[in-house]
Design a protein around this ligand. Structure first.
Ligand SMILES: *[C@@H]1O[C@H](CO)[C@@H](O)[C@H](O)[C@H]1NC(C)=O
Ligand SMILES: *[C@@H]1O[C@H](CO)[C@@H](O)[C@H](O)[C@H]1NC(C)=O
Ligand SMILES: *[C@@H]1O[C@H](CO)[C@@H](O)[C@H](O)[C@H]1NC(C)=O
Ligand SMILES: *[C@@H]1O[C@H](CO)[C@@H](O)[C@H](O)[C@H]1NC(C)=O
Ligand SMILES: *[C@@H]1O[C@H](CO)[C@@H](O)[C@H](O)[C@H]1NC(C)=O
Length: 424
């Protein structure tokens, strides 16, 4: 019988780790022709194998030499990445090298948002941020309501809302804007299964189940009958506080504003020689002056608030008819006092005549003052109409003493009223 013939694709193929395995054929089945064919095939394979090997080695060597030459070449100039030119704008400067700068400008009608200048830094990154050109002013239409502040954005605007308002255009009133002015109610289950909720004092349960601060100021202050503070009111979470204007101290128990006496408290700025007059809400510095000598008549200061006439020349009628004394009076007043109101009383200590006459002889505040006799020896200065402050009113009064209709003497009262801006 014929031996089974080995086919060409029979050989047991390579062992990559080492050498080649020689194909083994059963001796008795191999004819010469077949063996030669196998040998030739093997030779061809070897040649191909050799060529592939050589190509691989050559490739590796080539790669190595490229790498070497690159490493040996001097380093190239370092650059930053290419930058985008903003839409509707231009980029000035083309160099992208380290240490160089580029600048950006926008076309007319557009505004640059972002970095105007960008520098290529040593680590090959750009400083700043990529700018863009935005059409000018999204805020020009005043889109923010309720005194919101408009902030121009990237083709948009943002409204910064004042306290109490919210929403894109500050159109929403937020009652709960300040958390201290609201809190969660405390609730308890009742026996019947009902819920009872309560709020802290000064808070009120509102629809929505929130305890909301009661604004005592708004509730009471606007009505004169219910006013809780004399001057100003500040709402606080759960309560309120009264405020007084400068020059007053809050009397906490009564919510009243009490005048500070700057003159006793050394809080005044009057120079030496001045007299400090405390007024409601402030003080004044005064320096009473005697009238200058005139028509043989002269005066001398006899006390801080008084001038006396010097002795007259015997034959000087003008001097004898002039006032024998002048006194100065400074009256602090609150605004809008009820009238008529007696401001002060005048009398003479050494009354020798039989009658006294009181008259207003001058001064800027004449219209609001009046004088009257209260008894034989006394007169009164009256406030005849209410005065809105702040105001300084002056009036000059004359008190004449007569005996049998003959003038015995005259005294002048110079009165200055300082009216406060406030009714307290
Ligand atoms: C490049 O350097 C700057 C400072 O010069 C630094 O702020 C930046 O983070 C650096 N960037 C990188 C990617 O290292
Ligand atoms: C500005 O807006 C445009 C489109 O709305 C967007 O593509 C761009 O990235 C924005 N720029 C910035 C800096 O936000
Ligand atoms: C809330 O109101 C209280 C009292 O007026 C104030 O002290 C606090 O700062 C306010 N808080 C905010 C977030 O407005
Ligand atoms: C003195 O104080 C009053 C108020 O206290 C002020 O209006 C005035 O300007 C001050 N005068 C001087 C000279 O500082
Ligand atoms: C002032 O006094 C002198 C005499 O001492 C007298 O002659 C003169 O008339 C007087 N003048 C006036 C205005 O009274």
């Amino acid at each position: 019988s014929l031996p089974s013939s080995p086919t060409a694709d029979l050989p047991l193929w390579g062992n990559p780790a080492g050498g080649w395995d020689v194909p083994v054929f059963p001796q008795e089945c191999l004819n010469r022709q077949q063996a030669l064919s196998v040998v030739r095939q093997m030779q061809k394979l070897l040649v191909a194998q050799e060529a592939a090997h050589l190509r691989g080695t050559r490739g590796l060597r080539h790669q190595l030499s490229i790498l070497q030459s690159r490493l040996q070449r001097p380093p190239t100039k370092q650059t930053c990445p290419q930058l985008a030119v903003p839409l509707n704008g231009r980029m000035l400067g083309r160099s992208l090298r380290v240490g160089h700068e580029v600048h950006f400008v926008c076309d007319a009608g557009f505004r640059l948002v972002g970095s105007e200048t960008r520098a290529c830094r040593h680590n090959c990154t750009w400083s700043g941020t990529q700018p863009f050109c935005r059409s000018i002013d999204d805020c020009s239409s005043n889109p923010c309501a309720n005194s919101g502040t408009c902030v121009d954005g990237n083709q948009s605007y943002t409204c910064l809302c004042p306290p109490g308002w919210s929403g894109p255009s500050c159109q929403n009133w937020v009652t709960l804007s300040n958390t201290s002015f609201s809190h969660q109610p405390r609730c308890a289950e009742g026996r019947s299964g009902s819920r009872r909720c309560s709020c802290d004092t000064g808070f009120q349960l509102r629809p929505g189940g929130v305890c909301q601060d009661v604004d005592e100021c708004q509730l009471y202050q606007s009505s004169p009958q219910m006013q809780i503070c004399l001057h100003d009111c500040l709402n606080l979470p759960g309560s309120y506080r009264c405020l007084c204007p400068p020059g007053y101290l809050l009397h906490a128990d009564r919510n009243a504003c009490e005048d500070v006496n700057e003159c006793t408290g050394k809080q005044h700025n009057c120079t030496q020689g001045d007299l400090c007059i405390n007024t409601f809400g402030g003080h004044r510095c005064v320096r009473p002056k005697c009238p200058p000598p005139r028509h043989n008549t002269s005066y001398v200061k006899t006390s801080a608030f008084q001038c006396e006439r010097n002795p007259c020349p015997m034959d000087s009628r003008a001097c004898h008819q002039a006032a024998s004394s002048i006194s100065f009076h400074y009256l602090p007043l609150q605004a809008i006092r009820t009238v008529p109101r007696v401001l002060f009383k005048m009398s003479t200590t050494r009354f020798v005549g039989d009658s006294l006459r009181f008259t207003i002889t001058g001064g800027r505040g004449q219209g609001v003052f009046a004088v009257r006799r209260s008894d034989q020896q006394t007169g009164e200065l009256l406030l005849a109409s209410p005065v809105a402050g702040p105001a300084t009113l002056e009036v000059e009064l004359e008190m004449s003493e007569f005996s049998h209709k003959v003038l015995l003497g005259k005294h002048i009262f110079k009165v200055t009223a300082f009216v406060s801006p406030y009714v307290f």
